[in-house]
Write a new protein. Structure first.
Length: 451
């Protein structure tokens, strides 16, 4: 059954919330965007700008707004690099990579990067502010994305890799720059087509492997409609909101044991949970999610959320609570009051990808326990949004719903960008690493000024 998600109520709690929020606002550039202003686009982005999007702020669907607005990646000049808040510094950590995607730090400090299109995993070994020349850890993979070290802790024995069609693992010891053995298939026969990223993370105790599988389509346009006895039969043997046909086991987070034995579907209705992370303070699973297209410039928001066992997040019938997708009108009224609303709503079509918790001590104390997430950027929007790294505000393990622009400057103009953030990781020194797949670089952001 879904676990309840705490909410903030009026009265004395509201006063406490305001008192806790004021110091955080003082550390931004003073701008808090709410309502329509929070939807915005790249022109309004700058480090420290804070946004708060609420479910009640969402406009009505307007499919006529939806456009195919693809971007042109242009060569990055030597002068172009991410823009970060005052007191921070950004330097190039690695370059010349082949569309680096998700990045994760090994316990010994090495940085593993998925080059999905090239079918390989690279290792970047830090040497001061830069990486040593990249090593190829493994190649011949099929769309590798997720990377996880097992067991969790300082001395892993395996590296798990989420391919598009499977999960495999390689024997590993701290410091290995190449795989010491062949890939072992742990989870075979994952569905292919549609969304292709597969992230892999382990629960804090190492007993559960979570696997994210995105939908095979935008909004299950070709999924057969079930009703009556057929629908009841499906519901009786599947979790709340589970989809069928070519969408079986898709738009879900699946659960397995470390040997690949299936435990079941952990959560449903999450259209494309590209990046996952475990909150180290309480063991909660989180997802960074791409929502659907075709409903308008500002619908529906992407989101970053805690993921509860047995929860249903709406796709494809509903979005952000009981908002019915007009393309599935009146199909599942039984689900309307059973939807878990995501915690943090992000500007629509931002394409939120990898996320990570900041638990180091290099950045100021108010960053501790917060989330960094990479926003890859929009295509289904008249004026672009995304193309930045954001900081999600989390207090004592509970998100406030707000997020800050943290690293911007990747957009050149309305038609061109030089960078598209994908991966985020925290290195052993407490710096934030950011991969972007347009220019093939990894950036290192450090805090250099005392407040």
């Amino acid at each position: 059954m879904p676990h309840p998600i705490p909410t903030i109520v009026a009265g004395s709690v509201a006063g406490f919330f305001l008192a806790a929020t004021l110091p955080l606002l003082a550390q931004t550039n003073g701008t808090l965007l709410e309502g329509k202003a929070a939807f915005g686009d790249w022109h309004a982005d700058s480090p420290g700008t804070r946004r708060l999007i609420k479910a009640q702020d969402l406009p009505a669907p307007d499919p006529a707004q939806s456009v195919r607005n693809t971007v042109t990646n242009v060569h990055r000049s030597d002068a172009q690099k991410p823009i970060v808040p005052n007191g921070f510094e950004v330097n190039e950590f690695a370059s010349g990579l082949d569309h680096p995607r998700l990045i994760r730090m090994a316990p010994n400090g090495d940085i593993f990067a998925a080059e999905s299109a090239a079918g390989r995993i690279r290792v970047l070994r830090p040497n001061g502010e830069r990486s040593e020349p990249a090593s190829v850890f493994a190649s011949g993979l099929f769309g590798p994305f997720g990377i996880a070290f097992y067991p969790p802790g300082p001395d892993p024995q395996w590296i798990y890799v989420g391919n598009t069609d499977s999960v495999v693992r390689f024997p590993y010891r701290n410091g290995d720059l190449t795989a010491r053995g062949s890939a072992e298939i742990i989870v075979p026969h994952l569905p292919v087509g549609g969304h292709r990223t597969r992230d892999v993370v382990f629960s804090a105790n190492g007993q559960t492997m979570y696997l994210s599988v995105g939908s095979g389509s935008n909004v299950a346009e070709d999924m057969e409609k079930l009703s009556g006895d057929a629908l009841q039969d499906w519901q009786s043997s599947h979790p709340l909101g589970a989809t069928w046909g070519r969408e079986t086991d898709r738009a879900d987070v699946l659960a397995f044991d470390p040997q690949g034995k299936r435990i079941g579907i952990f959560a449903t209705g999450i259209r494309n949970c590209v990046g996952m992370a475990i909150d180290p303070s309480n063991g909660t699973l989180w997802c960074s999610t791409n929502e659907r297209d075709g409903l308008g410039n500002n619908l529906p928001p992407d989101y970053i959320t805690r993921v509860r066992d047995g929860a249903f997040y709406g796709w494809p019938w509903y979005y952000i609570g009981a908002n019915e997708d007009p393309r599935h009108k009146d199909e599942r009224p039984d689900l309307k009051d059973k939807i878990t609303v995501p915690d943090v709503l992000i500007q629509a079509h931002s394409a939120s990808l990898e996320m990570t918790f900041y638990t180091a001590t290099q950045f100021p104390a108010d960053y501790r326990g917060n989330i960094f997430a990479a926003e890859h950027g929009s295509w289904n929007r008249a004026i672009r949004t995304g193309y930045k790294v954001i900081r999600v505000i989390v207090k004592d393990g509970v998100p406030t719903g707000e997020y800050d622009d943290f690293a911007t400057g990747f957009v050149v103009n309305d038609a061109e960008v030089w960078g598209r953030p994908v991966g985020v990781a925290v290195d052993k020194d407490g710096a934030l690493l950011v991969s972007e797949d347009a220019s093939g670089t990894v950036w290192r952001i450090t805090y250099v000024a005392k407040r």
